[in-house]
Design a protein around this ligand. Sequence first.
Ligand code: TLP
Length: 345
Amino acid sequence: MEYIDLRSDTVTKPTPEMWEAMAHAEVGDDVYGEDPSINRLQELAAERLRKEAALFVASGTMGNLAAILTHCGRGDEVILGDKAHTVLFEAGGIAALGGIFPRQIPNQPDGTLALDEILLAIRPDDAHHPISRLVTLENTHNRCGGAPLSAAYTQAVSDLAHQHGLLLHIDGARIFNAAAALGVDARELAAPADSITFCLSKGLCAPVGSLLCGSKEFIARAHRIRKQLGGGMRQAGVLAAAGIVALQCMTERLVEDHRRARLLAEGLEQVRNLVLDPGTPQSNMVFCTLAEDAPADAPQVASALAEHGVRVGIVGKRRFRLVTHYWISDEDITRAVEAFSLVLG
Ligand code: TLP
């Protein structure tokens, strides 16, 4: 069965232009710095976020890990939200591999960290404490409804961090969705950060890879960390070729995914036994919960929907996340809403 797959934008397959670019990619040994496609992608990424340099990494998880390992040493502390992807879904890598202490403070419903909470979390210089080194933000914020964080807020966090000698990293897995949602250039959102990761393999449809961006000096150090993590790839230009298409052709169209997410939310609002999060969607994600008296739980509803050809993300006992992307059409949205009505109606 051909599914309407709303589980995530990570399920996106390459576009025809990407397959074409991959088939004809110029490649070389990237560990020698000789892969022309990787070099081009890295230059393009740095330019798109107006940073000095960029590094191609295998995944968003590797990008965040390499960034945090580059900024922090063993016994140092990173301040981040309790709903951050790095806290919830990166297998504790920063602690396991870096001995870095994750100081979690509550994410506000809009994905931000309250400035006074950040301030309170920054430790004084005292032998009892780990050394506070880094703050990380997530933009858009996955578990906070796909919320975009504004440039002004990001600047305020950056200023606060810098005043206290800390640095700022952004997990910008979906930074181009944030830019599309806010109607700004992604460079503005990246400007306050000392480093930022973004993903090619989510809404931008490339099959593999993320970019870590920052100063030349930071990227040189991150390069060694990537090698330690086993992330030095060889003729990975085949992947970079798709990434170049992603950056050149796929960022401007994300507004279409956001429009379809709104269409989906409008349809689902009419479905019985389903309660949408207030304000959803904020980008390409719709979050909703089964009503108190709904006759089934989320896994049961999800398997009934699958029988109607619709796959949804389960993010709680009674909660769903539905993500729009390049391979979801207007007609798919109509069919998805129909499937919900049939299952819950
Ligand atoms: N997120 C995935 C799952 O892991 C939850 C998804 O389906 O949304 N940062 C953010 C904000 C992310 O949402 C993700 C992936 C990552 C980092 C990790 O990227 P990958 O999967 O490339 O390691």
